[in-house]
Design a protein around this ligand. Structure first.
Ligand code: CMP
Length: 152
């Protein structure tokens, strides 16, 4: 069982697409066990995007990610890290294929609507950045037998 961090970025919130994105994740059968709205500070941005801080595009990325509230979520399930990344599509909305979130809703590399952890280690690190243990609410989903077989 894996967990992943999903962020609905400022463009997603400003374009009032939060509900549509959450609906896509719910329709897929993802189990959302934590959710909150927050404003990312420059310090949190530097921690979250530590691998990008030295890159030329980082100042623009920080300005963007701190420009409006985001919605942070934790989803749990088998292979959920890869499943969510594949739902998002390529980083640039101009390269993401139709049917993915970015392919359907974004035409930008920076304003690409949703972030998701790119591996299980990143997911653990990112979830800790955004959520305390008491803000995460694992619960048995009554619908589970209708989403996946018991041995999956
Ligand atoms: P995300 O999945 O949140 O992870 C890092 C983010 O940096 C990425 O989405 C893009 O929004 C942004 N990004 C990556 N590469 C570039 C780039 N070359 N120029 C501008 N922004 C980028």
């Amino acid at each position: 069982m894996e967990r992943t961090l999903v962020l609905l970025k400022p463009d997603c919130v400003q374009r009032r697409l939060m509900g549509q994105m959450i609906t896509r994740f719910e329709n897929k059968g993802l189990h959302i066990i934590a959710l909150k709205m927050l404003r990312i500070t420059p310090e949190l941005a530097r921690q979250h995007y530590a691998e990008h801080v030295e890159k030329p595009f980082y100042p623009g990325l920080e300005a963007f990610i701190t420009s409006a509230p985001v919605v942070a979520m934790v989803a749990e399930g088998p292979e959920v890290v890869r499943v969510v990344r594949e739902m998002l599509g390529a980083t640039s909305g101009r390269q993401a294929v139709a049917g993915t979130i970015r392919g359907d809703y974004s035409s930008s590399r920076q304003l690409n609507l949703v972030h998701a952890s790119d591996g299980p280690d990143a997911a653990r690190r990112e979830i800790r950045l955004y959520f305390s243990e008491t803000e995460i609410h694992p619960f048995p989903l009554a619908l589970q037998p209708w989403l996946q077989a018991a041995d999956e």
